[in-house]
Design a protein around this ligand. Structure first.
Ligand code: PNS
Length: 168
């Protein structure tokens, strides 16, 4: 049984992430998408919120499940018996860090990392910039870049009438 683990901060999950999940779902028997706590980042959404959004965003897939995790990616990979870690790459600039993580994870666990290149229509998407534009009051235009459950949450936080409307 081929099992893929797709780990990420997913703060929030966007259409570039969804494209990676869709591809993995075609090539693996089972895919686990995990919102992982990244101690190096201060998230907008709590880990529980991100897990909930992942669940809603991934309902269409029969062989994809989602969860959250606080710990090392290789520990989760072992726990779910993943046969590979799958990560998206948007640009060469992503490669340097990701390559190091892939090599470190392989050295520590023997698990392979497979990279999925972003399609040209999604390669600009980054959670960091989605949050910046949402904060800057451009939340409505982000609806085409994220799955509907994420668009709804961003609207609740940054849309008209919200506490943080145009708060940057
Ligand atoms: O780029 P992201 O989405 O913030 O990725 C987060 C994460 C944790 C998936 C990524 O940093 C990673 O794969 N790290 C590998 C090292 C590890 O296991 N870190 C876990 C937290 S200490």
């Amino acid at each position: 049984m081929k099992v893929a683990l797709i780990p990420g901060s997913f703060d929030p999950f966007h259409n570039g992430h969804l494209a990676v999940v869709r591809l993995a779902a075609r090539h693996f028997d089972k895919v686990v998408v995990a919102a992982v706590r990244n101690p190096g980042k201060e998230p907008l959404f709590s880990l529980e919120d991100r897990e909930l959004m992942l669940k809603e965003c991934l309902e269409e897939f029969d062989n994809v499940t989602s969860r959250s995790f606080s710990g090392l990616v290789v520990e989760l990979a072992g726990e779910i018996r993943a046969t590979a870690i799958v990560k998206g790459l948007r640009a060469v600039s992503d490669l340097e860090n990701e390559l190091q993580m892939a090599q470190m994870n392989y050295r520590m666990s023997g698990i392979d990392t497979l990279f999925v290149p972003a399609t040209s229509s999604e390669s600009f998407l980054a959670s960091k910039y989605l949050k910046e534009f949402a904060r800057g009051g451009r939340v409505a235009e982000l609806a085409s870049m994220v799955p509907p459950p994420v668009a709804r949450r961003l609207q609740e936080i940054y849309g008209p009438g919200s506490d943080k409307e145009g708060s940057s």
